[in-house]
Design a protein around this ligand. Structure first.
Ligand code: SAM
Length: 211
């Protein structure tokens, strides 16, 4: 464990708070702040959390709603009472099938999923963009009309495109950076409310689908 790691994590306010309050990660406070500001999760909502290991957003969601709470991650998530977890890749079609087997539609989708960073800005941003596209695709399939989405992205050239796609789908879209998000981190959260509809692909004259 490097000195830098200890400085950044051990002495971090939110890290210590999470330890004390029994959250699996300091990330809990990002969702708590988003919830306080934007009221994303209602008390009976079914919630899907994409990229949810180790599980602090699942813990917060479980507390906020009496509906279903489903978490997906590449990594195995240790059980949380009343939470259904799926080990899978959210960019993989198979994972969507598994999600649907548990719950057909959700009121809220959360995504704190982030790729393993390489330090190469362009590559990291592109991978974050790919994840965002997969999340929007999953939202198109399983988010209820009027539903809400919270989507983590890295600030980059691709962000404009992600926002454009989000605005097409939702009535309200806002970018936020919670206090618990480290200042030097490029991450921000796009808060989207009021899912309008499932976008249908346009067909060209040749009958082929347009993106
Ligand atoms: C910052 S962590 C999430 C922390 C979580 N919100 C919490 O509160 O505990 C990001 C997670 O995204 C997951 N992830 C990244 N790419 C993924 C993918 N393609 N499919 C599923 N999970 C993914 C990683 O495995 C990692 O656990």
């Amino acid at each position: 464990m490097s000195k830098r790691w200890i400085k950044e994590h051990k002495k971090d306010y939110y890290y210590r708070l999470a330890k004390r309050e029994g959250y699996r990660s300091r990330a809990a406070y990002k969702l708590i702040e988003i919830q306080e500001k934007f009221n994303i999760i209602g008390q009976n909502d079914d919630v899907l959390d994409l990229g949810s290991f180790p599980g602090s957003w699942l813990q917060v969601s479980r507390f906020l709603t009496s509906g279903k709470v489903v978490g997906v991650d590449l990594k195995e998530i240790k059980p949380i009472s009343g939470v259904y977890t799926i080990k899978g890749d959210i960019t993989d079609e198979e994972t969507l099938k598994k999600i649907r087997e548990v719950c057909k539609k959700f009121d809220v989708i959360l995504s704190d999923a982030s790729p393993k960073t390489t330090g190469i800005d362009d590559l990291d941003s592109y991978r974050s963009y790919e994840i965002a596209m997969s999340v929007l695709k999953i939202a198109d399939e399983v988010l209820r009309k009027g539903g809400n989405l919270v989507l983590k992205v890295f600030q980059s050239g691709e962000m404009g495109e992600i926002l454009r796609k989000a605005r097409k789908r939702f009535k309200y879209v806002k970018v936020t950076k919670p206090k618990a998000s480290k200042k030097y981190s490029k991450e921000v959260y796009i808060v989207c409310k009021g899912f309008k509809r499932r976008l249908r692909k346009k067909k060209t004259n040749s009958g082929r689908n347009m993106p």
